[in-house]
Design a protein around this ligand. Structure first.
Ligand SMILES: Nc1ncnc2c1ncn2[C@@H]1O[C@H](COP(=O)(O)OP(=O)(O)OP(=O)(O)O)[C@@H](O)[C@H]1O
Length: 367
């Protein structure tokens, strides 16, 4: 198992990149620490597979270094990097039995056959495919084939890391949660560095201790699921994490804070000073639906909005309101009632109202 450091990494599939848009990975510095269970989360096309392939050695980065425990491995072949990679679709030998498939990576590295047998049975037991060990792989269901594919990644205890590239895509939804738990259990048992690529936030947060959110070829935040929820560093994290995502409103500078339409959102003196200092006009405020407070009672710090819709989701409700020309989502408890077409008073607690300049959070330390 190794610490994997991606240093000043960039990758373009074009031989003559003309600008940032030609890069699948844009100047990225990141460390995957030894033994961590990580998720790499992001939308389609943001560069997740490109990054995994650079780590495993299937792809040479256009710029930068890949370091395993401080040692540059750019020139090493995938085999010499000792990385196990599990892909979206099963990679197995159809003509071999399940046992032979699982034993293959161990045989290749000269492990004695008595140890191979024990290890194959251990992994088959965890993945619940012991009954299938004698079967030819071609006779398995799609789920079982992917389990074998994952098993091939998991049998070797000596790997630097295991990279999973959306491994549960072909798995039946009923089995997905079970396999995710199994991977977590395997991680706890064997303490291997694992990077799990997905575009599903639930999958990411059930598997990983820390999640790297990738957007436009960059890691825009690396943190625990709670950090990503409470303190999104980038508007994309706010929008992508949570259901529904963060409310984001384009705003302008105003003497006492920021404004949109005829609504003024006051900010404290330090924030106003920061706004003056940072020259960009790309300003947004963000607040999660969970943190907006709604009531019938107007106060100095409330904003009046019109209720457009209330959706009852069983244990909570999502209310859609119009504030000026902006549409916002507000999460309500089951016992809060607001009629569609009526007016509601909203307040934005200071702690949860975030300011973004050029899509990045203006943090306390910036102020
Ligand atoms: N072999 C290739 N040649 C040229 N462009 C590529 C190649 N592979 C990927 N790209 C481009 O690089 C960017 C990043 O792709 P990548 O597959 O790494 O994203 P991803 O986040 O893994 O997406 P997905 O979730 O859809 O697999 C995309 O714009 C994609 O079109």
């Amino acid at each position: 198992m190794a610490e994997i450091h991606l240093k000043s990494l960039a990758h373009s599939y074009s031989d003559t990149p003309a600008g940032p848009d030609d890069y699948a990975i844009r100047h990225l510095d990141h460390v995957w620490e030894k033994g961590g269970a990580y998720a790499l989360l992001g939308p389609s096309g943001c560069g997740k597979s490109t990054m995994l392939n650079i780590i495993s050695g299937l792809l040479q980065p256009s710029e930068g270094d890949v370091l395993f425990d401080g040692k540059r491995v750019n020139e090493l072949s995938p085999r010499d990097r000792n990385i196990a990679q599990v892909f979206q679709f099963p990679v197995i030998y159809d003509s071999m039995t399940v046992f032979q498939n699982l034993a293959f990576p161990l045989k290749n590295t000269g492990v004695p056959s008595s140890q191979i047998k024990a290890k194959v049975h251990e992994i088959a037991g965890i993945l619940e495919i012991e009954e299938e060990l004698h079967k030819k792989a071609k006779n398995l269901t799609a789920d079982q084939k992917q389990k074998v594919s994952m098993g091939r990644g998991l049998v070797r205890g000596d790997v630097s890391a295991i990279l999973f590239d959306e491994p549960l895509t072909v798995i039946d939804p009923q089995l997905k949660w079970k396999l995710r738990r199994k991977l977590k259990q395997i991680h706890e048992q064997f303490d291997i560095t694992m990077v799990y690529v997905t575009h599903d936030q639930l999958e990411a947060s059930t598997f990983a201790d820390k999640i790297a959110v990738m957007y436009g070829g960059q890691i825009v935040q690396f943190g625990t699921p709670t950090e990503l929820f409470e303190q999104p560093n980038h508007t994309f994290v706010g929008y992508f994490i949570g259901s529904p995502g963060m409310n984001l409103i384009e705003v302008q500078r105003c003497p006492r804070g920021v404004c949109f339409g005829s609504t003024v959102v006051p900010m404290d003196a330090r924030q106003v000073e920061t706004l003056q200092r940072l020259q960009s006009n790309n300003l947004k405020i963000g607040i999660r639906p969970e943190f907006i407070q709604a009531s019938d009672i107007a106060a100095d710090d409330t904003f009046e909005a019109e209720v457009m819709d209330v959706e009852d989701l069983g244990t909570y409700k999502i209310m859609t309101v119009k504030l000026d020309f902006e549409t916002l989502k507000v999460r309500l408890t089951e016992d809060q009632h607001f009629e569609v077409g009526s007016h509601v008073q909203l307040s934005f607690p200071e702690k949860w109202l975030k300011l973004y300049v050029d899509e990045f959070l203006v943090e306390e330390k910036d102020q």
